[in-house]
Design a protein around this ligand. Sequence first.
Ligand code: ADP
Ligand code: MG
Length: 238
Amino acid sequence: TERVFELRKDLDIRINGKDLVNPVTSFGHYGFDNLLIQSIQKQGYESPTSIQKQAVPIALSGRDLIAIAKTGSGKTASFIWPAIPHIMDQPYLEKGDGPIALFVAPTRELAHQIYLETQKFAKPYKIRTSVIYGGVTKLLQCRELKAGCEILVTTPGRLIDMIKLKATKMNRVTYLVLDEADRMFDMGFGPQVQSIVGQIRPDRQTLLFSATFPPNIEELARNILIDPIRISIGNTGS
Ligand code: ADP
Ligand code: MG
């Protein structure tokens, strides 16, 4: 409608895909329960950023998403928040199970940062979040993963190692996030990312976040996403 069109224009959101999903204007419109709203309020955020206004309702609708927005625009919360109801909707959480949500990031610094951010919102629900990356002894990570988790934050290489060691299983993953996809490819992780995605059930929901949208990321998106909605915020050249 006219109003949605104007809102996207105000927010500098470009969007394409089939059967689009409307943006929201405030946290109250997400339909989150109080526990999540309280955690968001605790952050002192006044309103969702442009990307959050549009990406969160898309993610909540179950659709695949390509989101292009520059650094600092609030992409992390855009995939963490919808993961919470996605996980809480599962019939029940078993002790030794592999993750339901998998967040893949290019560097250990970024993985750690995403982990800390995720904890703020997952902990009140007793959703277990684990993080793994290279440069840390595999023994402890193996032990932690074997205990089970609902959210796993990882770099590509270490996850492949852990799967080989049978420390975790991908059979429960229905919510897959590739964060900083462009950097992941620049760093040469393309083949690892492809291998990970190939081990995850095809009925998953896939969300791809990137600051830029070069041809290699476009090709990846074509191969691993189903009927995605693509959004870009501001002037990203995409
Ligand atoms: P990106 O992944 O797009 O680079 P981040 O998710 O790291 O951006 O967020 C950048 C900063 O903005 C972080 O410090 C985060 O806490 C903050 N932030 C996220 N969402 C909001 C919001 N709705 N209001 C204010 N600050 C926010
Ligand atoms: Mg980010």
